[in-house]
Unconditional design. Structure first.
Length: 127
């Protein structure tokens, strides 16, 4: 199977031994995105809503680099250090996605990279 590495300067660069996304056939596996501003690689300033918004902007940029959009996402995994922020995730998602919404899991975790409160990864199917 052919696989293609997806990379864009419009999303944060990998901060470890991984790719922003990998395309295998018509499926794209998007690595977890945290609320980093791509141009500075620093966590966006502001509250958790601003941080969740940045995460979805980063996901969108990777999806576009792979030839798709958020509308092509079929599965999301949301990782939160405080599950009380789940309502904020729903509110922000409603601004980025239309029905039918992708399948989704929300997982509470003890800690995330750079001590951010949220990380989201995705699976996207093109075509």
């Amino acid at each position: 199977m052919n696989k293609e590495i997806i990379a864009t300067e419009n999303a944060p660069g990998a901060i470890g031994a991984y790719s922003q996304a990998v395309k295998a056939g018509n499926t794209v596996y998007v690595s977890g995105q945290i609320p980093l501003v791509p141009s500075t690689m620093e966590v966006i300033e502001g509250d958790v809503v601003a941080q969740i918004t940045q995460v979805f902007e980063n996901l969108s940029a990777v999806c576009e680099a792979a030839g798709g959009s958020l509308a092509d996402i079929v599965k999301l995994n949301v990782f939160l250090t405080d599950l009380k922020d789940f309502g904020h995730v729903n509110d922000v998602m409603a601004k980025f996605f239309n029905e039918p919404y992708p399948a989704r899991a929300a997982i509470g975790v003890a800690q995330l990279p750079k001590d951010v409160p949220v990380e989201v990864d995705a699976i996207m199917v093109l075509g």
